[in-house]
Design a protein around this ligand. Structure first.
Ligand SMILES: Cc1ncc(C[n+]2csc(CCOP(=O)(O)OP(=O)(O)O)c2C)c(N)n1
Ligand code: SF4
Ligand SMILES: [Mg+2]
Length: 758
């Protein structure tokens, strides 16, 4: 793809590549060769870690790629790594940034520099994966320097510039590089990059730590407890560093311009020389808006545009100067500071203009482009015309408003999608009896009769053909009697069943992000109980509360599920384990077995798939001493339905956990019709043994050894594209380690089955 661009001057050689914003961020990180990247996948920033992982598998860089258990964990990894004295990189978006949020002031307040790419996206809820600035603007006041990269070239350049600024001894602050989700992150553009990464490394120089946590000969206390009167002094020093950063940024921008030929003024002024009216707008939308400026200029209108390359520190002086002669200004914000009567930039610009002698700029704020809503040249033109009108009249008729929002039809009531399932329809098929030995016996497992139970999930959802989630859920729900309320974590199960204004759920459904579903459902359960107690809901009303999570939801959201278990919340938690973050493009989750390839554990000459063994969530919950937990697979449907009935019964005592292995033809790289043999082989190889634990007593429900069906793990992995490489000679060590781990866990389980005390 690359073509060498011959430079007439003495600058180092550069070449043109065609890459997207995410790819070029990864290219920059590769050229820098950061020590560590801590990350957690979230659209639209995930590709940065994916691209770096694929490069790593090919041996293109040495960055140690560390998956977090969530963004909070990833931020913690980064913080720890920076204290240990090296260059650190991270990337996230939207709720990922918010989940890491609490760590942001820790990083800046302790003055450890690092670089964080923020691929901007709308903050949930409701969930929307497309781009606006509601995430980055929340991070404005966390003590980080924030560079705004308006196009793909700027993403590359600012990623090279950022470490120089943050690591400057006069600054020592972490830096964010923010660019627009999808608009910039996913569009491929021609970008100039340095041909020799050594140029980049020379520009940055070696990382020079101030103190480190790994120098035992110079012990230091990092982050001491600090009360008054010291903390105010600490904050003043931090604020001074931010002020000093202003000059450092300008100096580094100038140095970089000499090296690369590309200039970045802190404030970009477009046709502002004699402008009376202007539009202030950030990042990719500014490029669109320039066309509107040109068009109005052609018609003799004195309009211009202001765009910032840096929003922290806020370029006060330059903005004041730029606005000295401007009479009408529209500030367009791609987010809202609800209740402040303006988005973040509107408020900041208005504050900047306070007390400036001789300035008469009248400002209107417009909220636009929320949730990735497209922004067209005509929109920019309408805003500029508004600025012209303000300039002409000297009056701002509407100081704060949304641009492009549709009030909808008054009185519109969405049509009812389904008739609710009645209690009678949902009851009377499966019952539980107690045997003379005091054991639960499930009756009514007549598969044909059970098909009469109305499906709580209607067909017509958007899952891929052969998706195991719905086979599993529909089978499991056959064993559940009566009313059910479900809570779905974010993940494929959620995304494909709801998409406003549609839903596949015939029963009440709640969504919360996958780091907090169990706590949310706990709240529902407790409120239900309390309202029954107060007589607001009939005392005999019965609802089964069911949370559905993916395996990824039990990385980031494991803590809340353990919390619900410890609180004895009366609910069932089902984890469909499709071995990866499939909804966001098949990144590794911690349940992915050793050696398997995912988009963040690639197989190549320098990396043999995932480096660590799979997490055993069922055993984690076993250690929570739940009344009941189980594993189940679609290959043994009667067993799954029986366990569902028991789960419902035991949920009267406390939390129940169930883990279901769930085929994902897309990410497992296999044909949907192979679902049965693949799942059967997972069970028969004892990778996914079927068992239950009732009040601490473990029972294996299906023993492939006893039935003479046990197979080596190779019988399972040879069937999937994501694992076939494990049969190659270079993966022998990994394969042996995986088989040994599966055998060890199986033997341990068998001992537990034999001994009720284990
Ligand atoms: C705080 C936060 N981080 C990351 C994401 C992005 N995200 C949404 S779903 C998902 C993966 C879910 O994986 P899993 O629970 O295994 O469900 P699957 O997609 O495989 O069905 C990720 C990474 C998010 N929405 N919020
Ligand atoms: S990607 Fe996998 S888990 Fe997601 S809907 Fe498709 S088959 Fe199901
Ligand atoms: Mg998953």
């Amino acid at each position: 793809m690359a073509e060498t661009a011959k430079k007439a001057d003495a600058r180092p050689a550069q070449e043109v590549v065609v890459q997207s914003g995410n790819e070029i961020a990864a290219t920059a990180a590769k050229q820098i060769n950061y020590h560590i990247m801590g990350y957690y996948p979230i659209t639209p920033s995930t590709e940065i870690a994916e691209t770096l992982d694929a490069m790593k598998a090919e041996g293109e860089h040495d960055i140690r790629m560390i998956p977090g258990d969530g963004e909070h964990g990833a931020a913690g990894i980064c913080f720890g790594a920076t204290t240990a004295g090296g260059r650190v990189f991270n990337a996230t978006s939207a709720n990922g940034l918010l989940f890491a949020f609490e760590q942001l002031p820790v990083q800046s307040g302790t003055r450890f520099p690092m670089v964080f790419n923020i691929v901007t996206r709308s903050v949930s809820g409701p969930l929307d994966i497309r781009g606006d600035h509601s995430d980055i603007m929340l991070a404005m006041n966390t003590g980080w320097i924030i560079l705004m990269a308006s196009d793909v070239q700027a993403v590359y350049d600012m990623n090279l510039i950022a470490p120089r600024i943050g690591e400057d001894m006069a600054v020592r602050l972490p830096v964010m590089v923010a660019f627009d989700g999808f608009f910039t992150s996913h569009q491929k553009r021609r970008v100039e990059i340095f041909s020799d990464p050594q140029v980049v490394r020379d520009f940055l120089g070696p990382f020079v730590p101030t103190v480190t946590s790994v120098d035992p000969r110079l012990p230091v206390t990092i982050g001491p407890y600090m009360n008054d009167p010291d903390l105010i002094n600490n904050k003043k020093q931090q604020a001074d560093a931010m002020v000093r950063a202003d000059a450092v940024i300008k100096r580094v921008f100038a140095e970089y311009a000499k090296l690369s030929g590309r200039e970045f003024p802190v404030v970009e002024l477009y046709r502002m020389e004699d402008a009376e009216a202007a539009l202030f707008i950030l990042n990719s939308a500014a490029e669109t808006a320039k066309e509107a400026v040109d068009s109005l200029r052609k018609r003799g209108k004195k309009v211009g545009l202001i765009r910032l390359n840096v929003i922290r520190p806020f370029p006060l002086k330059e903005i004041r100067e730029a606005l000295m002669k401007v009479k009408g200004l529209v500030v367009a914000d791609r987010q809202d500071n609800f209740g402040a009567y303006g988005g973040a930039m509107t408020i900041e610009v208005k504050a900047a203009l306070q007390g400036v002698k001789g300035n008469n700029t009248q400002v209107a704020g417009r909220i636009y482009g929320i949730g990735g809503k497209e922004f067209f040249v005509e929109d920019a033109e309408a805003m500029l015309k508004e600025a012209l009108e303000i300039a002409r009249t000297g009056e701002v008729k509407v100081p704060y408003d949304y641009f492009g929002a549709d009030p909808g039809e008054k009185g519109y009531v969405p049509p009812k999608a389904f008739d609710p399932i009645t209690e009678e329809q949902a009851k009377g098929l499966v019952r539980i009896e107690t045997t003379p030995e005091g054991k639960m016996d499930v009756k009514g497992l007549n598969m044909r009769a059970l098909t009469e139970r109305p499906k709580r999930l209607s067909p017509g959802h958007g899952a891929c053909p052969g998706c195991g989630i719905f086979v599993n859920l529909n089978t499991f729900l056959k064993g559940i009697e009566g009313f059910v309320t479900v809570l779905f974590h974010t993940g494929c199960g959620m995304v494909v069943t709801t998409g406003y204004p549609y839903t596949s759920h015939k029963i009440t459904y709640i969504h919360n992000l996958f780091q907090n579903g169990a706590a949310t459902l706990s709240g529902v359960v407790e409120m239900f109980e309390e309202r029954k107690k107060r007589g607001e809901i009939p005392k005999d009303e019965k609802i089964t509360f069911l949370m559905v999570t993916g395996d990824g939801g039990h990385d980031i959201g494991l803590g809340p599920s353990v919390g619900a278990a410890m609180r004895n919340s009366r609910m069932i938690v089902i984890e469909y384990d499709n071995q990866g973050y499939q909804n966001t493009g098949s990144q590794l989750s911690f349940t992915v077995p050793m050696g398997q390839s995912t988009s963040t554990s690639n197989y190549g000459p320098h990396q043999k798939g995932k480096a660590t063994h799979h997490k055993d969530t069922a055993q984690i919950f076993s250690a929570c001493h739940l009344p009941y937990l189980f594993t189940a697979a679609e290959s043994n449907p009667r067993d799954m339905i029986r366990k569902a009935a028991k789960a419902q019964k035991y949920a009267n005592e406390g939390m129940v956990f169930g883990k279901l292995i769930s085929m994902c033809p897309l990410a497992w790289r296999t044909e949907e019709r192979l679902s049965v043999p693949i799942i059967q082989a997972a069970v028969d190889s004892c990778f996914f043994p079927l068992y239950e634990v009732e009040h601490g007593i473990t029972t294996i429900n299906y023993d492939p050894e006893e039935k003479g069906k046990k197979v080596p793990v190779t019988e399972w992995i040879k069937q999937m594209g994501k694992t076939k490489h494990m049969l190659k000679p270079d993966c022998k060590g990994v394969l042996d380690a995986f088989q040994a781990e599966v055998d060890r866990r199986w033997l341990r389980l068998k001992e537990m089955h034999k001994n009720p005390l284990l």
